[in-house]
Design a protein around this ligand. Sequence first.
Ligand SMILES: Cc1cc2nc3c(=O)[nH]c(=O)nc-3n(C[C@H](O)[C@H](O)[C@H](O)COP(=O)(O)OP(=O)(O)OC[C@H]3O[C@@H](n4cnc5c(N)ncnc54)[C@H](O)[C@@H]3O)c2cc1C
Length: 313
Amino acid sequence: MTTPEQIRQQLPEHTDGIEVTCHEPMARHTSFRAGGTADVFVRAMTREALVKSLAFFTENGIPFVIVGNGSNLLVSDAGYHGAVIVLSGTEFSKITVQGERILAGAGAMLSDVARAAREHALDGMSALFGIPGTVGGALYMNAGAFGTEIKDVLRHARILDLEGERIEERVLDNAACHFGYRTSIAKEKMLCFLEGSFTLTPGDAIQIEDRMQMLLQTRKDKQPLEYPSAGSTFKRPPEGFAGQMIMEAGLSGTRIGDAEVSEKHCGFLINKGKATATDIWRLMQLVTKKVEETHGVRLVPEVILLGEFEACV
Ligand SMILES: Cc1cc2nc3c(=O)[nH]c(=O)nc-3n(C[C@H](O)[C@H](O)[C@H](O)COP(=O)(O)OP(=O)(O)OC[C@H]3O[C@@H](n4cnc5c(N)ncnc54)[C@H](O)[C@@H]3O)c2cc1C
């Protein structure tokens, strides 16, 4: 068996392009601030280093996952036995504005892209300001808020196709991204988002800024932003709102360990201190069971689970 340390030694490390650590606590890299370690944690800072690392893991049959800001991830307390790869540094977080188009690297924060749009008086992204994810994570999830999803502004995405014999770079237009409610082609096919190209419309910078601040205030008023969470834990079911159903099921404030159903917004499960991933997972299952009993609706997690989780309710 190859140890994480051996993987680190074998990785085609080259100047400035890559940083590798072993047994990296994923609580440092997830907004839940919980969970175990990643056997290997890779920060890829150039496209070349990224491709070499991905090729290395593929050729050696080592499981890997590309993550963004970890704002929709729950990593098992038993850890992730493979490599977590993060697109890091200036090459992947570059934001370029060309007329009404914005090009943003997959590692750029969505809020920075929305700010760049506002600075250039470009409208269309203000509702996405405040989602604490990267462009890559937002494309994977088709993140959205207040009636706008990232698919509404995406023109095309540059990706690495990880399914063929060789890793190929491709451009997918909006339709080819297969966007749906909190889903994209990346849930069907192994790929890495490298960059998004967004088409916006000319607007008024002051009005855009006002809307961004107003929506941010709405988040602060309605969401428990003072505690670690992954935002809405469950997807919105066709029958209504998950938060409302959870509240009607009498679960507001229900706690397992330090994991709690937020009293401020029942759709958020929060970490009140030292919650483990198991606490959060058990609470997710309890909520699912109770809502099914009271409403006949099976909630589906929006949060992405990484590593092994056992059914326990
Ligand atoms: C306080 C709070 C509020 C939130 N509000 C919202 C909201 O209003 N709307 C909303 O939609 N979400 C919301 N979220 C959830 C989360 O911020 C979004 O889903 C976000 O898009 C995740 O981005 P990320 O970079 O953190 O991705 P991660 O959590 O790191 O990863 C999410 C998924 O994307 C994949 N991924 C990440 N980068 C890449 C890449 N480059 N290529 C391929 N796959 C990749 C990962 O493997 C994983 O499966 C909220 C979260 C928090 C904590």
